[in-house]
Design a protein around this ligand. Sequence first.
Ligand SMILES: NC(=O)c1ccc[n+]([C@@H]2O[C@H](COP(=O)([O-])OP(=O)(O)OC[C@H]3O[C@@H](n4cnc5c(N)ncnc54)[C@H](O)[C@@H]3O)[C@@H](O)[C@H]2O)c1
Length: 400
Amino acid sequence: MIRNPLKEVRIAFIGCGVISHNHMRFYTKMDNVKVVAACDIDKPRLEAWCAQYGVEHMYTDYREMLKRDDIDSVDICVHNNLHLPMTLAVLRSGRHCFCEKPMAASYVDAKRMVDEWKRLKEETGVELAIQLDTLFNPMTREAKRMVEKGKLGHVYFVRCQGYRRKNRPGLDSGLSVNFYNKELAGHGAVFDMGVYHIAQMLYILGLPKLERVTGHCYLELPINQKLLEGREFGVEDLGLAFATYENNMTFEFLESWALNIDDIGSSFIAGSEGGLRFVMKPSPGARPSQDLKYITTVDDRDIETDLRTSDYENNFYEKKLYPDTQYDSNFDHWIAYLTGKIAERIDTPEIALQTAFLSEGIFLSSKLGREIRAEEIEALSESIALQKQETPWGTWTYEL
Ligand SMILES: NC(=O)c1ccc[n+]([C@@H]2O[C@H](COP(=O)([O-])OP(=O)(O)OC[C@H]3O[C@@H](n4cnc5c(N)ncnc54)[C@H](O)[C@@H]3O)[C@@H](O)[C@H]2O)c1
């Protein structure tokens, strides 16, 4: 339960790039949200953003913005290795914080964020959320309920995957080139898209404990130097892993930004009593609709059934039956919590932290060329959060 529920949530933004517009797509529809200020080091971009949304107060230094007394919560929409220093500054200023995924690009940085948040929450009641879109859809909710009700029996084999034939952000698509800048992003496919799929599976499975993992990160697909314009492509285009979780559960992982193969199937969870296949349906909308197939045996007959979860989105019946999980977006859920409409919320910081734990394990195992155990991930993970950022608009230093 939030300590001091708000009537209206006054929000400020750090970072006015591509993803901030997605946040605004939700906030502009909410009566109880007011965006009061925004910050970006790129002044023309900041001015255009503020003009678009009618936001009056503009800053190029977020520390100046945090001196305002009319901000309740801050959305962090900058690249990965800036998430830790900025989140710490926001929470230390006594504001709630909604940070983009990945929480951080290394496990210790994510851990630091959670530890510091928990400490500050005791003192001031501040809250932290991490953007994890895949947790907020009817398919994830239904899969979680089926696992909790025991419809799958002992879950022992999970395949968790995300596939792009060729869509390296900033290279094959118009997104920011910072997605492949090692210093700012830290990692590629595994920490960028992989976190969505790992977080979804770990949440559905009730955050099982990782025991060991063998991972491989690759950067194999050729890159046309003309597209790089002198920049370096410093991150992986493919991550693979074979992990073992508690209760003898095998977790296979694949995440590609680019891969020379046409079809890799879909994610699934297999148990002794039943299995779930996650079917991605192409959709003309913003998000591909997703459906679940349940595979089981009834009276010695093997059956497969389509659970039609995409029909549940915005479904009256679903929302009445499960009021605490009725939110179809990160943003609806976050604002409902900050305004006291829901007492409990999905613990996105803990889910993001466990996700970072596996992601870091994959990266470390790949680097060491061998299987690595959970205790070693704790011991070997190193901070890569930025303490100094050189930009065309000046040099910034950050306190951790
Ligand atoms: N673009 C997407 O589709 C997408 C989707 C989900 C999550 N994300 C996440 O959102 C984050 C940002 O991605 P993006 O695509 O919006 O990037 P972007 O490059 O479009 O935007 C980042 C913005 O941050 C600003 N910035 C950089 N340093 C700053 C500083 N010190 N102070 C204030 N502003 C600063 C930049 O000028 C830029 O406008 C990443 O962590 C990414 O993983 C992006």
